[in-house]
Design a protein around this ligand. Structure first.
Ligand SMILES: Cc1ncc(COP(=O)(O)O)c(C=O)c1O
Length: 482
């Protein structure tokens, strides 16, 4: 027998290096404001610094960690910086990171209830608890006809909803034979691009997505929706699905959920609500009205990985009728057959999502809910909204700037009066300063700056500093126009 070799990290080494990594992360969070928020590196810089071969012999862990600091960190855009105001946030927190670590440590793959009962049951319970917290309809509970599941992203959630709608409409025929091009879906012109992508992936065809006009607040116009459904039926098509957005990506517009829901109910459409970021606000009773009309929805999704201190990826997806979802996605090869599944007494979450395998994502969410409690979550959400209102007030009071959309929650869309070019230059200068990072959109054909307040540690001094920087940059550019 040859000598027994082992290249694994021993438990003792794991303990030592694990502490180093936790310290590294704690230092990073403590000092994150020292780094330029938007990474200044150019294309290829980081990749070129990494070497071109896998080392023939394993390296010391300290050397690997040092390289992470020296070679990786410069190419990081610091989403966890309080100066991060771009896109929508993807925030995190201590309890979420530690929950994630525990999930990695357990290393379970929860495709079936039987492959780790806790992985499934924690998820089911956490989603029931969250449904209570957000005031979601009774039907969404696992104890009723529906239930919740954690997806990787809102994009996967809307794809699952669309496939369930497709199969409900066709009586499972499209699953067997493919689509015939007659099924159409609806959203506003402001809906997230993930739905259009899902139409292609689901075989329904991107051209069969009707993008309905919006009103002056960028919310879907329900009269146009009803008219389009009628026109499609008259043309021999089959309207099957509509998506309302609670907080559009571009401007945080809120579609009239109840009115869209009633149309869907009357017309027999699957109704999905995409509340990717803004659904979090409903944790606070004063914003619970945002969910008025969700009782009409067949499915609903929001991302704790955006604005609920739970690191990416964690997208919560509920359905009112789980049989419709499972019927569309379930497939049972012999090698997965087991007694628990056969008994019908358990959820096998592989039937609620696109992939087979799944991580124990519920653990980090459970840690977050328990660590913050309702009070902690409400506090931070309210604070972000309050800070956003303050910023909107400063913008409105400045004659050089104008708001270009309502700011119902934690996003402001605004512009400097004048040309698009001036606004683009303001944004580039701000992002080049390394102090803050914000992004843009186009509303009514005009370039608009977007500033989102949702990073876990963004406080009043950060929002004040952001506004001062915007003001100073604008003044400087007004003094030296090109
Ligand atoms: C309203 C809305 N829906 C869907 C998405 C897609 O999110 P994900 O990255 O989870 O797929 C986003 C992303 O910002 C969004 O703002």
């Amino acid at each position: 027998m040859s000598e027994k070799k082992c290249y694994h990290m021993s438990p003792e080494e794991f303990r030592r290096y694990g502490r180093e990594v936790i310290d590294w992360i704690a230092d990073y969070h403590e000092n994150v404001e020292r780094y330029p928020v938007l990474s200044p590196v150019g294309p290829g810089e980081i990749g070129d610094s990494l070497g071109t071969e896998v080392p023939a012999r394993g390296e010391a862990f300290d050397a690997i960690l040092q390289d992470a600091t020296e070679r990786i960190l410069p190419g990081i855009t610091h989403w966890q910086s309080p100066g991060f105001h771009a896109y929508f946030p993807s925030n995190s927190s201590g309890p979420a990171i530690l929950g994630e670590l525990l999930a990695a440590g357990l290393g379970v793959q929860g495709m079936l209830w039987s492959t780790s009962p806790a992985c499934t049951e924690v998820e089911t319970r956490v989603l029931d608890l969250l449904a209570d917290l957000l005031g979601l309809p009774e039907a969404y509970r696992s104890t009723a006809s529906g239930g919740g599941v954690i997806q990787d992203t809102a994009s996967s959630a809307v794809l699952c909803a669309l496939v369930a709608a497709r199969e409900r409409d066709s009586g499972l025929r499209t699953n067997r034979q493919g689509c015939d091009g007659s099924q159409v879906a609806y959203c506003s012109t402001q809906a997230h691009s993930s739905l259009e992508k899902a139409m292609g992936i689901a075989g329904l065809g991107r051209a069969n997505l009707r993008q309905i006009p919006v009103d002056e607040n960028f919310a879907l116009d329900t009269a146009s929706l009803a008219a389009q459904i009628r026109a499609d039926r008259a043309a021999g098509l089959r309207p099957i699905f509509a998506c309302a957005t609670l907080g559009t990506t571009s401007s945080n517009a809120i579609d009239p959920i109840a009115a869209i829901g009633r149309i869907c109910r009357e017309e027999g459409l699957w109704f999905h609500v995409d509340a990717a970021m803004s659904g979090t606000a409903a944790i606070c009773p004063e914003y619970r009205h945002l969910h008025d009309g969700v009782e009409y929805a067949d499915s609903y999704c929001f991302n704790p990985h955006k604005w609920m201190f739970t690191n990416f990826d964690c997208s919560c997806f509920w359905v009112a009728d789980r049989a419709a979802l499972i019927g569309a996605l379930s497939i049972l090869p012999e090698y997965l057959v087991n007694d628990a599944t056969r008994s019908g007494a358990v959820f096998d979450y592989r039937d609620w999502q696109l992939p087979l395998g799944r991580r124990f994502r519920a653990l980090k969410l459970w840690f977050v809910l328990r660590y913050y409690g309702v009070e902690g979550l409400q506090h931070h959400v309210r604070r972000h909204i309050e800070l956003t209102r303050r910023l909107a007030g400063w913008i409105e009071a400045d004659r050089h700037f104008e708001m270009v959309a309502p700011a119902p929650l934690n996003l402001v869309c605004f512009r400097h009066r004048g040309s698009d070019e001036l606004n683009e230059r303001i944004m580039k200068e701000l992002n080049g300063s390394g102090e803050i990072f914000l992004t843009h959109t186009r509303l009514n054909g005009r370039f608009a700056l977007r500033l989102c307040v949702g990073q876990a540690r963004t406080e009043s001094e950060h929002v004040e500093r952001a506004w001062n920087l915007i003001d100073e940059t604008a003044k400087r550019l007004r003094r030296r126009p090109t």
